[in-house]
Design a protein around this ligand. Structure first.
Ligand code: G3I
Length: 397
């Protein structure tokens, strides 16, 4: 009997130890992964943060319409989209409504909630730029952007990729190097190949080229243009198509929304690329406007000349800054401006309507345009501004 008891206790202990060991191994692996990630300059998953710093009337209301995963289990909860939300109404019109995001704000519950309840597309405001993705020549850091990809998938949102080739936010190894034309073209190829391959299947549309024109419509005198002429443009587009044939490829710029010298430069380039059969799907009009200085007629005609080439047009970085003081009257005007922009978008088949941020709490505008403020759709407390209702009215028409 004693022998049996000892035997049973041994079995129990052994079994228990094995389980503990497995759990420990899991923790060890997770810890190693986290350590490795941190060493690589990668980030923790901010989508898991539960801190609530700012609350919004709108978000609270929408929580009753959208199932929220407030249980502590890992089980996925079906996303229920309010048909009267911005994203519900836009999806019904087969349109993307998006926002640029910075995951450091995910700790604000209202930020995440507004994003997933109101938008069906997201774009990383800074994280996918070259200096962040490829800070050393042989090192790509994908982990941060991968979290955004996961968040987008979980919340059934499409993603824009911003941006592959730009003249800003480049790593020092690149800007401080001396490169021949062949070397720079192979750097373009290598970077585009790695980026587009990594995010294959996750990015709906890439800003393959960003801000490649001067205001007079000539090519920007960037390191790319000075060393390779126009060849970097074709290289980037061809390589991006090769790596992900399903991703849409865009050339994106500001001050090209109206008919003017700069948009003529863009038009002439894309017309030539289309005629030459270079892969290109559309042009991005960034749309950083002053709220009462939008030439709607010119915008509409301009869209039409690009779509006549068989290209898509997307509004990629909308914000409508208001000159201080931000009065109630100006906010109403801003709401009307957002409505008109959405009406033009719908009338002309614009496929995405993306604002450069979510709330006035986090926007590049006041830091860059001194004396201007309040450019976005949600106020500092994530309450919807007039623009939200304006866009909804346009989408319901
Ligand atoms: O992350 C660093 C931080 O570590 C450092 O302490 C801090 C000090 O200045 O800088 C932080 O980086 C800043 C970065 O935003 C992240 O916040 C950069 O200085 C700042 O220059 C950068 O600004 C971004 C800008 O692009 C830079 O090119 C803006 O947030 C971003 O909204 C803006 O976005 C551009 C689009 O990509 C292209 N179209 C125009 C649009 C607005 O300028």
């Amino acid at each position: 009997m004693k022998k049996w008891l000892v035997f049973l206790v041994c079995i129990f202990v052994l079994f228990g130890c094995t389980n503990v060991k497995q759990e420990d191994m899991g923790t060890e692996n997770a810890t190693e992964a986290t350590d490795a990630a941190e060493e690589n300059g990668e980030v923790k998953d901010p989508t898991q943060s539960e801190t609530e710093e700012v609350t919004s009337n709108d978000t609270k209301a929408s929580e009753t319409e959208t199932q929220v995963n407030d249980s502590k289990t890992e089980e996925a909860v079906a996303l229920v989209i309010d048909p009267e939300s911005l994203r519900g109404l836009a999806s019904a019109k087969n349109m993307y409504i998006g926002a640029a995001i910075d995951m450091k704000y995910f700790k604000e519950k209202a930020y995440q909630d507004t994003l997933k309840n109101q938008f069906n597309m997201l774009v990383l405001e800074n994280l996918m730029k070259w200096a962040s993705m490829n800070p050393n020549r042989e090192q790509f850091i994908f982990a941060g952007a991968d979290i955004a990809v996961k968040f987008a998938k979980e919340n059934q949102m499409a993603m824009r990729g911003h941006t592959l080739i730009w003249h800003q936010q480049l790593p020092l190894w690149l800007t401080e190097g001396t490169w021949s034309k062949e070397e720079l073209l192979s750097i373009v190829d290598y970077y585009v190949e790695n980026m587009v391959t990594h995010f294959k299947g996750s990015i709906d549309s890439w800003d393959v080229l960003n801000e490649i024109f001067e205001e007079d419509g000539s090519f920007r005198q960037s390191m790319w243009y000075k060393t390779t002429g126009e060849e970097y443009i074709t290289h980037a587009l061809v390589k991006a198509r090769e790596m992900d044939p399903d991703a849409k490829l865009f050339i994106n710029d500001y001050n090209v929304e109206f008919i003017n010298a700069k948009s003529d430069g863009l038009y002439n380039l894309v017309k030539k690329l289309v005629e030459q059969g270079v892969p290109l799907d559309g042009v991005g009009f960034q749309s950083h406007f002053i709220h009462d200085q939008i030439d709607y007629d010119s915008l509409e005609k301009n869209i039409q000349r690009f779509t006549a080439l068989g290209l898509e047009v997307q509004f990629t970085e909308i914000d409508l800054r208001i000159k201080a003081p931000v009065t109630d009257e100006r906010l109403v005007e801003q709401g009307e401006a957002y409505k008109k922009l959405m009406e033009i978008a719908l009338r002309n088949g614009v496929t995405a309507f993306v604002t450069w941020g979510i709330s006035d709490l986090h926007t590049w505008v006041p830091g860059f345009f001194i004396g201007y403020a309040s450019p976005l759709l949600y106020d500092n407390k994530y309450n919807p501004k007039a623009g939200v209702e304006g866009i909804k009215v346009a989408l319901r028409e």
